[in-house]
Design a binder for this molecule. Structure first.
Ligand SMILES: *[C@@H]1O[C@H](CO)[C@@H](O)[C@H](O)[C@H]1NC(C)=O
Ligand SMILES: *[C@@H]1O[C@H](CO)[C@@H](O)[C@H](O)[C@H]1NC(C)=O
Ligand SMILES: *[C@@H]1O[C@H](CO)[C@@H](O)[C@H](O)[C@H]1NC(C)=O
Ligand SMILES: *[C@@H]1O[C@H](CO)[C@@H](O)[C@H](O)[C@H]1NC(C)=O
Ligand SMILES: *[C@@H]1O[C@H](CO)[C@@H](O)[C@H](O)[C@H]1NC(C)=O
Ligand SMILES: *[C@@H]1O[C@H](CO)[C@@H](O)[C@H](O)[C@H]1NC(C)=O
Ligand SMILES: *[C@@H]1O[C@H](CO)[C@@H](O)[C@H](O)[C@H]1NC(C)=O
Ligand SMILES: *[C@@H]1O[C@H](CO)[C@@H](O)[C@H](O)[C@H]1NC(C)=O
Ligand SMILES: *[C@@H]1O[C@H](CO)[C@@H](O)[C@H](O)[C@H]1NC(C)=O
Ligand SMILES: [Zn+2]
Length: 659
């Protein structure tokens, strides 16, 4: 196990403030028998219990993915209030359980550790603090995400640091980084190993090809290319009871062409074409809970995002001649589901089950040490010394990095998928106001402007309650600078917006070069209606559940460990959106205005302008603000000035309230 030394090295090197390091939250050894520290001090406790104990098989997996640095928990969301230290205690307790049952328990992560939480992103290099915290879980298999190869610095950091810590357990079957010009695998190509109980596993780790990756210094190979490599022949020559593919890719993207399609399912197909051995996939990238059956002995799970979900997968039994674990029948509850397909042995079908756990201490304790009389309080026996230490480290790091700094009170939830465009409570409406208010060049303040950002700028909801700098970074993690084109005629802007499929309810004044647009393209603003089946109605009629995941996956409706009421998931917002400022009449577009946008959008906007016949080129684009003022500064700046500073009267949303 790794005890951390970052507080005396890495963090202090990048953060100058040390005086606020401790709030006296350090654990004294005498306190070890009481529940402190537990999760982060500001995080709220859930009172909602899991619906039933977990099914255990002979081979079991704990799966995380897309943590994006979110190791400090979701302070204002009781369902996800636990932090990485609580998870460390959970894993240790589960390992003890597996040991007692004489069954296997493997730990898997499908990548994307950065680009999200302030804990990972406010250090240089990214992850210099959060990676050391992450590494307290002794993963059996880990792979890299697309957020890991976007810059060469990050890819090299993972190659040199994360990948070395996990050694042969860090798998990158199709990803390289250039070191002095020469491509090197970031991790290991494959891993053939035996579990504690002797099961023979051959494992691979693959990642989707992200067009935003550093194309010069990183390489992502197609499945087809992998199949031609000698290491692949060697891997397929190993004896396996079970193939495991860890993938930073959605489990449901099909493979039609191994040259171009997602390598995850292509690799499964390739293995299946040569053997009937079971294959288990652990996917990611989709930021959802999901489960897909490919055939009776191969399936894939996806386990949420941002430290909101712990995925659980139980295989009843994997045929093996080397198995040394229990041969006794398993205790209840055990996996009883099957994936559709041709069961080769109808007497002994291949059984499995899955569960998606909410990331909180109560859930973790319920499934390990148990709760006294099912009361919603966590027994002191739950926390392990390492778990407490990690929670304490996180808390110190958050203070050092100023992430606990209170910016203001969010008086309601602002979400990107539960409120319509233009409605109060839609997070893009908040960002529009913030962009108008904060992105202003002094010399041009009186010139009318629009400030454009895109839907992907926002990565999460703002939850009612205290809003901190860490929350702000997590919601807008990407530091894009602001660029502009001066005094664009309204007509050009209107055509550009139409080209980007934004409903052009832009009315330009006479003389504003108002082009006629025929057949404006539809925007993506309509609410998708929920499937109106009985299950949903049941949950809807149980207002006592807080809103959360209500998953329908390839095995049915019973995957969620804690019951929630559904969140009405709207489509994402329009691809681009904007706020306006200094319009002489705020209700009307003036004939000309400055068009300001994030650097991320520069190419897109220029392309759209060119495509619609506007005479703009790269030379017409100039920096609007100094490069040290980025999209990350917008929310902290805006909320600190406009939101209530009264932390004492800043409640979180009542869990029983619906959106
Ligand atoms: C959460 O519960 C613990 C005791 O289990 C308590 O000490 C802590 O104050 C609670 N947190 C909040 C925000 O209520
Ligand atoms: C490895 O991590 C250390 C500590 O965060 C950092 O100083 C170093 O730059 C990293 N290595 C690379 C190649 O980024
Ligand atoms: C990955 O994407 C890049 C950029 O779009 C492309 O040039 C390359 O051919 C792609 N590679 C694979 C294996 O699909
Ligand atoms: C496959 O394994 C056999 C027996 O262990 C060995 O003789 C052969 O060279 C291996 N082939 C490859 C491609 O590794
Ligand atoms: C697997 O076999 C099927 C049927 O022969 C073929 O169509 C498919 O391309 C193969 N898939 C891979 C990844 O080799
Ligand atoms: C879950 O997977 C199915 C296919 O198995 C897919 O159609 C669906 O879009 C996925 N759902 C989510 C929320 O990703
Ligand atoms: C913490 O962040 C806030 C908001 O950006 C800033 O005003 C404050 O000075 C910072 N404090 C420290 C100690 O860096
Ligand atoms: C400008 O922004 C304000 C505030 O968001 C909004 O009410 C108004 O409709 C906008 N004006 C135009 C012409 O879109
Ligand atoms: C940006 O840099 C300028 C000077 O280079 C400095 O005055 C200003 O405070 C900086 N702004 C931020 C947001 O860091
Ligand atoms: Zn992700």
């Amino acid at each position: 196990m790794r005890f951390l030394s970052f507080l005396s090295t890495a963090a202090v090197a990048v953060v100058t403030v040390t005086a606020r390091a401790s709030d006296g939250e350090t654990v004294k050894s005498a306190d070890l028998h009481i529940i402190s520290p537990q999760q982060q001090k500001e995080a709220f406790n859930t009172t909602e219990l899991p619906r039933a104990p977990l099914p255990w098989g002979k081979v079991n997996f704990i799966h995380t993915t897309d943590t994006h640095g979110w190791l400090d928990g979701h302070g204002n969301v009781p369902s996800w209030g636990g932090d990485w230290g609580d998870f460390v205690s959970f894993v240790k307790n589960m390992q003890d359980k597996a040991f007692q049952k004489k069954v296997d328990l493997l730990l898997i992560d499908s990548g994307d550790f950065h680009d999200g939480g302030g804990l990972s992103d406010s250090t240089n290099p990214k992850g210099s603090v959060s990676d050391s915290i992450f590494q307290n879980i002794d993963y059996d298999l880990v792979t890299v995400g697309n957020h890991g190869v976007r810059t060469v610095e990050e890819a090299l950091n993972i190659h040199r640091n994360m990948s070395r810590v996990f050694g042969d357990r860090f798998l990158t079957s199709n990803v390289d980084v250039r070191v002095d010009g020469k491509p090197e695998p970031i991790g290991n190509r494959y891993r053939a190993f035996q579990t504690k109980n002797g099961l023979r596993i051959v494992a691979f780790g693959v990642t989707i090809n992200d067009t935003l990756r550093d194309l010069k210094n990183t390489e992502v190979y197609s499945a087809d290319y992998m199949f031609t490599q000698t290491w692949f022949a060697k891997a397929m020559n190993e004896t396996a009871d079970l193939y495991v593919i860890v993938g930073h890719a959605p489990v449901y993207s099909p493979c039609h062409n191994p040259k171009t399609d997602s390598p995850l399912v292509c690799l499964r197909d390739k293995i299946r074409n040569s053997t009937k051995t079971p294959i288990q996939i652990f996917g990611g990238h989709a930021h959802h809970r999901n489960f897909t059956c490919y055939d009776e002995k191969s399936s894939g799970i996806e386990s949420g995002k941002y430290g909101d979900t712990v995925g659980w997968l139980a295989l009843d039994e994997v045929p093996s001649t080397t198995w040394t674990g229990t041969t006794a029948p398993l205790a209840e509850p055990k996996p009883k589901k099957t994936c559709p397909g041709k069961q080769t042995d109808s007497q002994n079908p291949y059984l499995l089950d899955r569960r998606y756990l909410d990331w909180n201490r109560l859930t973790f304790a319920y499934h390990t040490v148990g709760l006294e009389d099912n009361s919603p309080s966590v027994p002191a026996t739950f926390d392990t010394p390492l778990g407490r230490k990690v929670t304490d480290d996180i808390s110190k790091a958050r203070h050092l990095l100023n992430l606990t700094y209170f910016l203001g009170c969010a008086k309601e939830d602002y979400c990107f998928n539960c409120k319509k465009v233009g409605q109060d409570g839609n997070i893009y409406e908040v960002l529009k106001d913030a962009l108008s208010d904060t992105v202003v060049k002094k010399e041009r303040a009186s010139i009318p402007r629009v400030v454009i950002a895109n839907d992907g700028t926002i990565r999460d909801n703002i939850y009612q309650g205290p809003f901190t700098l860490g929350d702000a970074y997590a919601i807008v993690p990407f530091p894009n600078t602001f660029m502009y084109i001066a005094k664009m005629p309204c007509g050009y802007f209107k055509r550009m917006a139409a080209h980007e499929h934004v409903k052009p309810d832009i009315s330009c004044p006479d003389g504003g070069n108002d082009f006629i647009i025929d057949e404006p393209p539809e925007s993506h603003m309509e609410l998708r209606s929920l499937p109106d089946d009985d299950h949903k109605r049941d949950i809807l009629s149980s207002p006592e559940h807080s809103p959360g995941y209500t998953t329908h996956d390839g095995l049915g409706d019973d995957g969620d460990d804690t019951l929630h009421s559904p969140i009405d998931e709207d489509e994402r917002y329009m691809k681009i959106f904007w706020g306006n400022a200094s319009f002489p009449n705020p209700k009307h577009y003036p004939p000309y205005f400055d068009v300001v946008f994030t650097s991320y959008l520069e190419t897109k906007i220029l392309d759209a302008l060119k495509a619609t016949g506007a005479p703009y080129k790269e030379e017409n684009v100039a920096p609007y603000l100094p490069s040290n003022y980025t999209s990350r500064e917008v929310l902290p700046d805006y909320t600190a000035r406009h939101w209530s500073q009264d932390r004492k009267h800043c409640p979180i949303r009542n869990p029983g309230d619906r959106y």
